[in-house]
Design a protein around this ligand. Sequence first.
Ligand code: SF4
Length: 319
Amino acid sequence: MTSDFAAVAAHPVPPDTGPPNPVPPDTGPQLNLPAITRWFRRHGRELPWRHPDAGAWAVLVSEVMLQQTPVARVLEPYSSWMQRWPTPDALAAEPAGAAVQAWGRLGYPRRALRLHAAAAAITERHAGVVPATLDELLALPGVGEYTARAVLAFAYRRRAAVVDTNVRRVLQRRLHGNDDGRPATAADRAELLALLPAQHERAATASAAIMEFGALVCTARQPDCGHCPLPAGCLWLATGRPTATTPRRTQAWAGTDRQVRGRLLAIVRDAADRGVGQVLLPELESAWGEPVQRERCLQSLLADGLLVRSGPAVRLPGH
Ligand code: SF4
């Protein structure tokens, strides 16, 4: 197993006391969710948002933070965030700039604004309780098909097809012998939904299990097929692990607008951390020497609402 895999702790999911799920015979491609779920009960990571008492707000916060961000980077900001804002109304009571400031260096900071907007909507429309229906969740700002189903499954223990890139990869490899690296689609959700156990609690655990299996064993770059707990029924392994049909993108960082935006925002955020309300525009010149790109990125931060213009200075929204 990988070092990640060796580091996982026992998972607090209680043992399933119901009748055993039948394990399908080894007759061709199969997902084998019962075996994946058994693996998960032994090896799934103990993460704070998976604690049975974590609640729906904790699940929503974690899912937004985990978008395009690995677990290891999320743990500390998640803990600070939940201590400061344990409920949606606690976050909604503060200006959006406080969320941007607390987001720190987690990246993709528009997620902080979306989470703040979702907290405000939950407070206004649902009396501070994260809704428990798909339609109501999808109506929240910044909550998409994946996040809505993740809240349903992981917080409310409902039968919902939660398909991220990890889950899609496992489905594609095992059932279709394919490894195209493409994002999840409605067709993937329909395929998984047909395979989930009928009972809600079991389906919710199976959803978490397949996601964890994709994150720790059947990984994108180094699937641990040699130690896979369920090699039988995997079409991708049976066909010699054909190379990916779509090359995986490695996101460039150095010199990109993302990097420049991050530097500009960091200057204003650091000033806010020191209790300084605003930053004069010339002070931003130290962030990036190239003026055209710097100005473009500053304008995009203003357009996104991550910064607010205040005469000859900029500040975080609401600060
Ligand atoms: S055998 Fe390899 S590709 Fe197939 S499920 Fe296991 S880790 Fe994934």
